[in-house]
Ligand binder design. Structure first.
Ligand SMILES: [Cu+2]
Length: 367
């Protein structure tokens, strides 16, 4: 066995090197959630800090390992020498190995402290503010209403922010501790019930980013995700205005029927379809569905509603709504809609095919 090992040692070494390189390709910078590819000042400052700390760690590693290898070779046993001379209490040496690491820790601590404060204290407290509220297992977002700051525009799943502007974020949770993280833009700060954590974010490039909960918060923690759309100011304003406007009421008979079923089946007990709420008044238990047909994703990222062109595709959206509403438990086991919603806990209230189709038609009309 040992012989076999000896013979294949080189081969084994080569294999491990190849495996290591292959693993490192997992960290390529253009992955959608790579922190090595920062697109905003907060993520950039965190990345810079990472490099400083990695650099300091590398210096220590090289110095210690270098000294070790050097000493091992230099003082290896050469003949039948006696035990070498024993040295005790070298003050210079002791001072050096105390002062060296202390200096290094200070070197790392200073930029760390500055970065923490820079990330916490907004450079523009008067800028656009968004309240982010964590729920098991989805994100609720609220902006001040563009015309009336005593009111909030409420939505879920897709966060929109204007490019190159500071956006202040208030973090809260209605149940357990969650954590807000958009790897390429900023993060991560805990969302603690009844505790006003704040942070600020800024996106420096238009496009879609991915965010997710970064604090274990229950069985579907991994499926608590959201998308971030960084837009030009004009696009953002238009989007916010559209979100603040109640959805157009369609006269299509199936849609009208669906809106009735939505109420009679108890969906409206957990889901509002009015996008506007009074400031600070908690939303209902489920996501606000006022403009659900404009969402790129549903149920904390379980469904992607976009077609190949990157826009919401009606057929895909309807299929996703149907899958979710017919059996939310099979999609996201343990979620509140399945464990508390009347149609799902009581077979007598289960939705029939006609009701399901009507609800899907209704919700997909809410653009
Ligand atoms: Cu969470």
């Amino acid at each position: 066995m040992l012989n076999l090992y000896r013979r294949h040692r080189v081969l084994l070494g080569v294999f491990m090197l190849v495996a290591l390189v292959a693993l490192m390709f997992g960290c390529t910078p253009n992955d959608p959630q790579s922190t090595f590819d920062a697109d905003g000042p907060v993520a950039q400052s965190q990345l810079n800090l990472f490099w400083i700390i990695l650099g300091a760690g590398a210096v220590v590693f090289v110095a210690v390992q270098g000294a070790l290898v050097y000493l091992l070779i230099k003082f290896r046993r050469q003949s039948n020498d006696d035990i070498p001379e024993q040295v005790e209490g070298n003050h210079t040496l002791e001072f050096a190995w105390t002062a060296g690491p202390t200096a290094l820790v200070i070197l790392v601590a200073i930029p760390t402290i500055f970065t923490i404060f820079d990330n916490q204290v907004s450079p523009d407290p008067g800028a656009l503010t968004v309240d982010v509220i964590g729920h098991q297992w989805w994100f609720e977002f609220r902006y001040d209403h563009p015309d009336d700051p005593t009111k909030d525009v409420v939505f879920a799943g897709d966060l929109h922010i204007p490019i190159n502007e500071v956006v202040n974020v208030n973090l809260d949770s209605v149940d357990v501790i969650h954590s807000f993280w958009i790897p390429k833009i900023a993060g991560k700060v805990d969302m603690v019930p009844n505790n006003d954590n704040t942070m600020w974010i800024q996106g420096n490039q238009t496009g879609t980013y991915y965010g997710q909960c970064a604090e274990f918060c229950g069985v579907q923690h991994a499926n608590m995700r959201f998308k971030v759309e960084v837009q030009t100011r004009e696009d953002f304003d238009a989007w916010l205005r559209a979100q603040a406007t109640p959805p157009a009421e369609s006269q299509d008979p199936l849609v009208v029927e669906g809106s009735k079923v939505f109420r009679s089946a108890g969906c409206s007990g957990c889901h509002a379809t009015d996008p506007v709420a009074n400031d600070g008044v908690p939303g209902r238990e489920g996501p606000n569905l006022a403009h659900v047909a404009s969402r790129t994703n549903l149920a904390g990222g379980m469904f992607d509603n976009r077609g190949e062109d990157g826009n919401v595709n009606l057929a895909i959206l309807q299929q996703n709504l149907r899958t979710w509403i017919s059996d939310p438990e099979s999609v996201k086991p343990g979620n509140t809609m399945a464990s508390e919603g009347a149609p799902y806990i009581d077979p007598e209230n289960a939705l029939n095919e006609a009701e399901l189709s009507a609800i899907v038609a209704y919700l997909s009309s809410l653009k």
